[in-house]
Design a protein around this ligand. Structure first.
Ligand SMILES: [Zn+2]
Length: 507
């Protein structure tokens, strides 16, 4: 005990001396570039902590504008409003960048019921870019099992007039199971998208293959005379899921298709074990026959030394339309807007340009960011990196390197000041399916915020994706991470190191 106390005293003395020397040195020497950067980072963190406008902006976007389906008037309102917010914050360059979708799609009413062996109401919502039924239609439910076009041959001649289901009910974990930490989930956890990459796995290619099969199955069902398809939402508490069937080209699906609640789906499945089940559905959607112009909102803080070199902070402003798109991805969009506000307000003059991009068309296949990368292809060699926030309200716990190991050392330095916020070391976990992918595919280092789950996969795309889901403290931290990351990358001596080009023979 005594020894410890004495040791402690010596340690205090040593530290005290070191501290005094450091203070003296600091008084004598002019601040170094490193000191200036540390000060700038600290100012960014404090500005966002003390003066952020994230929740006020998110409330307006969620409640006063609402769902932002690509091609809808609401999304255009959100584009105009975010452009104005960037301008209000002093970013002179805020503007909209147009691209085009082949068809706009508007949800109409959808209802359905089980007719026999016993009558039960169904809760359903049409897939995006799927047609209506043209009035009530009914038919026997048929289970079509298959993972490849060849599997479908077994059903040829058997589906005329049928309402098709294509999966066994989705197993849900017990509802009191805590959501696993995304940094720790095993390879095969079915409930999270963020997991380590298996050796040789090419997630974007797998995703594309799956998309092509779903489309081929729809064509098959149409050619066989099936009248509709029903899908399990796979969520708790009567929540619906949503996605589109029009693909990246915004085509229209061949037959009507709808999500039903997990409870409804399980009921149909149980009844099918007893015998034939008949279902009626009535879906009314409207589809524009002309292409529609849609927009990304873009603003920038111009670089003071290398204005032609660019750091991108991005999120998608579009959403699905059952809720108000708060966590998917109003949160990311408002975090990017807040990062812009804070850097501009502090009068920091980054060496490189920091560009803030709110993409549209993400939900139908990363289309707005693809359009952005295509429209800016001359700039691509000078984009240092892009960081995307798109997993809801949860705090950012790490940044995915997306296998860009060349950038690891530099990125470690970039995020060092953020460890005080609780940011963990850079992650090798892989995330597909968001707006960093088109940048990556063009050779730009694309990075993704790994966030705490915060119910994201339960509520996103559902009726419950509303302002109630947003957690202020977590979003403040997200904005701090993004703003400081962008500023620090903009100040680096060089562009971030790029991955070697992918060898296509390995695909
Ligand atoms: Zn999203």
């Amino acid at each position: 005990m005594k020894f410890q106390r004495a040791f402690g005293l010596i340690l205090v003395l040593i530290l005290g001396t070191a501290g005094t020397l450091a203070a003296l040195r600091a008084q004598q020497a002019a601040p170094t570039a490193k000191d200036a950067q540390a000060q700038a980072d600290e100012r960014i963190l404090i500005e966002i902590r003390d003066h952020n406008e994230i929740m006020a902006n998110l409330a307006y976007l969620s409640d006063m504008i609402g769902q932002r389906l690509t091609g809808s008037e609401n999304l255009k309102k959100a584009n105009d409003w975010t452009r104005q917010r960037f301008a209000d914050y002093g970013l002179a360059s805020a503007h909209l960048e147009a691209w085009t979708v082949a068809h706009g799609w508007t949800r109409g009413a959808a209802r359905g019921r089980i007719l026999s062996p016993a009558e039960h109401p169904l809760t359903l919502a049409s897939y995006g870019w799927a047609p209506g039924t043209g009035g009530p239609v009914s038919g026997p439910v048929a289970y079509v099992k298959g993972e490849s076009p060849a599997d479908l041959e077994a059903y040829r001649g058997k589906l005329k007039g049928a309402i098709v289901i294509t999966n066994t009910p989705t197993p849900l974990p017990p509802q009191d199971t805590p959501t696993p930490n995304p940094m720790l989930v095993p390879y095969d956890d079915p409930f999270l998208l963020i997991r380590p990459l298996r050796p040789g796995e090419q997630p974007e290619q797998d995703r594309e293959r799956r998309r092509r099969f779903v489309r081929a199955r729809q064509d098959f069902l149409k050619s066989e005379g099936a009248i509709a398809m029903l899908t399990d939402s796979g969520k708790f508490d009567g929540l619906l899921n949503m996605t589109g069937l029009g693909g990246r080209t915004y085509g229209i699906a061949p037959i009507p298709a709808a999500f039903i609640t997990s409870e409804n789906y399980s009921l149909i499945w149980r009844l099918m074990q007893r015998g034939p089940v008949r279902v009626e559905v009535d879906i009314t959607n409207s589809i524009s026959d002309k292409p529609i112009e849609v927009y990304n909102t873009v603003a920038e803080i111009r670089g003071s030394e290398k204005p032609d070199e660019i750091v991108v902070l991005g999120a998608h402003l579009d959403s699905w339309d059952l809720g108000t798109g708060t966590t998917d991805n109003g949160t990311g969009s408002m975090v990017v807007l807040e990062a812009a506000r804070a850097i501009q307000k502090l009068g920091l003059r980054p060496k490189r340009t920091i560009r803030f991009a709110l993409f549209s068309g993400e939900e139908q296949g990363l289309n707005g960011s693809r359009a952005y990368v295509a429209a800016h292809k001359d700039e691509v060699p000078r984009i240092s990196g892009a960081l995307i926030h798109d997993t809801g309200t949860g705090r950012v716990i790490s940044i995915s390197l997306m296998r860009n190991y060349q950038a690891r050392q530099v990125m470690d330095k970039v995020v060092a000041p953020l460890h005080a916020l609780g940011l963990l070391e850079l992650s090798e976990r892989w995330m597909t399916g968001s707006d960093h992918v088109p940048f990556e595919e063009a050779g730009v280092p694309g990075f993704y915020c790994i966030q705490e789950p915060a119910q994201y996969f339960q509520t996103h795309h559902s009726q419950a994706d509303t302002f109630d889901q947003a957690h202020e403290a977590d979003l403040v931290e997200g904005a701090q991470v993004m703003a400081a990351w962008a500023y620090n990358v903009a100040q680096l001596p060089e562009l971030l190191p790029r991955k070697p080009a992918r060898d296509p023979s390995l695909d």
